[in-house]
Design a protein around this ligand. Structure first.
Ligand SMILES: C[S@@+](CC[C@H](N)C(=O)[O-])C[C@H]1O[C@@H](n2cnc3c(N)ncnc32)[C@H](O)[C@@H]1O
Length: 485
């Protein structure tokens, strides 16, 4: 059986954006929708006693939920996640699941390529679900410190649990053992960077930023990002207390892996987690005490906290009531206040605001270091759809700001349609607005972040550091525009 399906010889050029398993028919695909599912409850209960197996199975499920089901990785780890994959797991196992799933998604392109080389003819249709434990196993063997034999053994046990794929457990064993033997070859393939992002996405970055910069961006996406904090006050003091560094932007940067809630100052609401680039757009609004400010896409509230800290009267608007609950909890911990409104921003009306922040929903391609699921859950057509929503939001903001008032528009995207081109089109449509260019010194933004139009454009390659774990920022765009008097 192994010989029939597993042919380790010969390279085949494959489109690595597609799963290497043969395409299932629609009915089979519907059955697979939940990913890899052990069906027999009694055998599953018995198997769950094998140390490490429940975590490996949960990781395989979550990889499938993201790469096949389109779920966001973060959501899979929420207590409200549907389907719930982490029920009954100890915190240590949850951490292992997170590590396997995050690594597998960060390296999904090259893992799929390696498996397509090893499984020249793809997986047989009946065993299509084995794609996920294979990917989880490969992530451990190639990129994590886990013992190889445990990764192989547990993937084989996971395969045996599912009646349809049980007969292919030997195939899983053979593929992963071969992967282990050819590790150096596949690590070289990984180092080439050729498979780090779906081709359509990588091609966009090459077009926008050039070949070398696009490669460097992809290389940064393979790195675990540091943890950045925005402090209510005394950032220098907090950097020292938490063993971090104070960045030129004013954020505190840690490489610490301590759970956030256990860090000094968390419970007292002295700081919140916010990428260093994400901390800048709200600052460009320069909100003053008692000004009326609208945060148009506010949840979970990182930028609302900055605006509230200035003493402004902030309305925190978001379409998602669920996410606004998070915002309320965050503000509560920080002892900050904002008025909360659940509404679709494109239809929102109110009396005029002095200043508006439009932190619009976007493709989030600037945050791939933090969210390695983004390349595998986005489709090429998404960018056009998001750009159209962003344009509607900007046009709505234009009607809500007083003459002389300002708008800061931002997205955590690397795509010009959601940044540079979006603002250029807005200014063409709205001659009663002008851009107010950012000034590095006055706006306290590194000159390297400001483009020739006076907008902020950050890339993950910026803010380099001799210690690679301290380098980089999210890819962000921000522009400040003012309504003429
Ligand atoms: C980039 S996130 C905002 C992050 C937030 N500003 C922060 O700093 O924590 C975008 C937000 O837009 C919200 N959103 C999406 N479409 C919306 C709409 N039509 N109206 C209002 N909010 C919307 C989403 O629910 C999401 O919370």
């Amino acid at each position: 059986m192994i010989r029939r399906f597993w042919a380790g010889s010969g390279l085949r050029v494959t489109d690595t954006t597609r799963p290497f398993a043969k395409r299932a028919r629609p009915a089979a695909r519907a059955a697979n929708r939940q990913g890899f599912v052990p069906a027999d409850a009694a055998r599953e209960a018995e198997a769950m006693k094998v140390p490490g197996l429940p975590a490996r199975i949960a990781a395989a499920h979550i990889i499938a939920d993201v790469a096949h089901g389109g779920h966001r990785l973060d959501e899979c780890f929420s207590p409200l996640a549907v389907p719930a994959r982490l029920t009954g797991l100890a915190p240590r196992d949850v951490a292992l699941v997170r590590s396997i799933a995050t690594t597998a998604l960060r390296r999904l392109g090259v893992i799929r390529k390696a498996l397509s080389i090893l499984l020249e003819k793809g997986l047989p249709r009946q065993a299509a679900r084995l794609e996920w434990p294979l990917i989880a196993g490969a992530a451990q063997i190639l990129f994590l410190d886990a013992a190889d034999h445990a990764a192989v053994d547990l993937a084989v046990r996971a395969a045996r649990l599912e009646p349809k794929s049980a007969g292919f457990a030997g195939l899983v064993n053979a593929v992963l053992r071969n992967l282990q033997r050819r590790r150096e070859e596949f690590l070289e393939l990984a180092a080439s960077g050729e498979f780090d992002a779906p081709p359509w996405m990588a091609q966009r970055w090459r077009r926008t930023y050039g070949e070398a910069a696009a490669r460097a961006i992809s290389a940064m996406h393979m790195m675990e990002p540091p943890l950045d904090l925005s402090c209510k006050s005394d950032a220098e003091g907090w950097a020292e207390r938490l063993g971090g560094v104070l960045l030129p932007t004013g954020s505190v940067r840690l490489v610490e892996r301590t759970p956030i809630a256990e860090l000094d100052g968390y419970r007292d609401g002295e700081w919140w987690v916010q990428d260093a680039a994400a901390a800048l757009p709200a600052r460009f609004l320069a909100a003053k005490a008692d000004e009326r400010v609208l945060d148009m896409c506010a949840a979970p509230g990182g930028k609302t906290a900055q605006l509230a800290l200035s003493g402004a009267r902030v309305v925190a608007l978001d379409r998602s009531a669920e996410r606004l609950k998070l915002l309320a909890a965050n503000l509560n911990r920080l002892k900050l206040h904002a008025e909360i409104a659940v509404s679709d921003a494109t239809g929102f009306s109110a009396s005029p605001f002095d200043a508006i922040l439009v932190d619009a929903p976007c493709s989030a391609t600037g945050t791939i270091r933090r969210h390695p699921d983004v390349p595998w859950t986005k489709k090429p057509g998404d960018i056009e759809g998001l750009a159209s929503i962003q344009a509607k939001m900007l046009d709505r903001a234009a009607t809500l700001v007083r003459p002389g008032g300002r708008i800061v528009y931002c997205t955590c995207s690397l795509e010009p349609e959601e940044g540079e081109l979006q603002i250029a089109a807005f200014l063409r449509r709205n001659p009663d607005f002008r851009r107010e260019p950012l000034e590095p010194r006055k706006d306290m933004v590194p000159a390297e972040f400001v483009n020739e139009d006076g907008d902020m454009r950050t890339l993950p390659t910026m803010l380099p550091h001799a210690e690679p774990r301290l380098a980089g920022v999210d890819g962000f765009f921000a522009s400040r525009i003012v309504r003429r008097e």
